[in-house]
Design a protein around this ligand. Structure first.
Ligand code: ATP
Ligand code: MG
Length: 321
């Protein structure tokens, strides 16, 4: 059974991506699972080519450094020819109405000039990502569930009209875990594309910078260290980060602490020590151009082989070759 998950290089990998996704991939991934850096998805809004290229490399290095088996990781654009072909078939299976009904398209395009056509069509690319690899399960948050639903619809339709070739995927809930919040604005989640990086801890941040960001985290004007996520969001977030790093429960993570300063010191040290081995290994990979290239080519080749049969059969069934 294949589970497929991706991370988009829309910014530097942040602590929430690691605790909430990449670490789970490393710890709980099955032998048939696949993970990829979805750099083509990052082209649906204005992008800078060299920054995108470098962010995609960085994400690949971090995913490998975090312990995800290299043979199960690939970069999406390394399969651009295969995915491009299948995206076309799926665009020819999808109606304009279905694509334009997607909530994310409506939200991201609303009132904007120069919206890229790919913002409308990328759910067909996402369906190609999923269907090309025969993924049976796709762990996604609420914002992507509708796109997996569309992939299901397109798989069923294609199978019904042309012949049974695609596995019909299920959207599954990702492993539960706290949503890490922005340190400067705990009302919103930490995200790699956030403009103000002061509230975002990046996996490759040097220890001093991590310490500084955590010291400046917004708390409240109380002083006792208690886990009250509804009223004391900033402190609760720090406790969730601490618990996430230590493998404890946020309710108990700060029990012995008497001040916010003490809490922040503990959080900073826990985050620094959690990220240290990943940062060091990722930096090593990023500086060893040949090693990273070999890992990348190996992952791409395996992913290509996995999708070749399905892609050829789909093209043939649809009358394209
Ligand atoms: P963007 O700003 O581009 O949306 P992001 O940081 O929200 O970036 P995504 O690419 O949307 O990251 O998500 C990648 C993975 O990281 C997903 O599995 C998502 O659930 C997880 N993730 C993202 N942010 C957090 C967070 N703050 N806490 C826990 N998990 C997170
Ligand atoms: Mg996001």
């Amino acid at each position: 059974m294949t589970r497929l998950s991706a991370i988009t290089p829309s910014g530097h990998v942040q602590l929430g991506n690691y605790l909430g996704a990449i670490r789970q991939w490393a710890l709980h991934g099955g032998p048939g699972d696949l993970y990829f850096v979805s750099d083509l998805h990052a082209m649906t809004t204005p992008h800078n080519p060299s920054r995108l290229r470098s962010l995609a490399r960085e994400q690949l290095a971090i995913v490998i450094a975090a312990g995800v088996p290299p043979e199960s990781v690939f970069v999406q654009s390394d399969l651009v020819r295969e995915l491009g072909a299948l995206t076309w078939l799926l665009e020819c299976t999808c109606s304009y109405d279905e694509a334009s009904r997607m909530t994310q398209f409506k939200e991201k395009s609303d009132g904007r000039a120069g919206v890229r056509l790919s913002l409308l069509t990328y759910p067909a690319l996402m369906a190609a990502d999923i269907l090309s690899q025969g993924a049976a399960e796709v762990p996604v948050g609420a914002d992507q569930a509708q796109h997996v639903e569309l992939a299901r619809t397109l798989a069923r339709r294609f199978n019904g009209v042309y012949g049974e070739i695609f596995v019909v995927p299920d959207a599954v809930l990702p492993p539960s875990g706290a949503r890490i919040r922005d340190l400067c604005d705990p009302t919103r989640k930490m995200a790699k594309s956030t403009q103000n990086s002061a509230g975002v801890v990046f996996v490759l941040d040097p220890p001093d910078l991590v310490r500084r960001k955590i010291k400046r985290a917004v708390t409240d004007n109380m002083s006792t260290v208690e886990y009250r996520p509804a009223e004391r969001t900033g402190v609760a977030n720090l406790l969730e980060i601490l618990a996430g790093c230590e493998g404890s429960e946020p309710e108990h993570a700060g029990e012995s602490m008497r001040s916010y300063a003490e809490l922040k010191d503990a959080v900073a040290e826990a985050v620094i020590e959690t990220l240290r081995p990943i940062r060091e290994r990722a930096e090593q990979l990023l500086s060893d151009v040949d090693e990273l290239r070999l890992v990348r080519e190996g992952g791409a080749e395996r992913a290509r082989q996995r999708c070749a049969y399905r892609l050829d059969a789909a093209l043939r069934l649809a009358g394209a070759s």
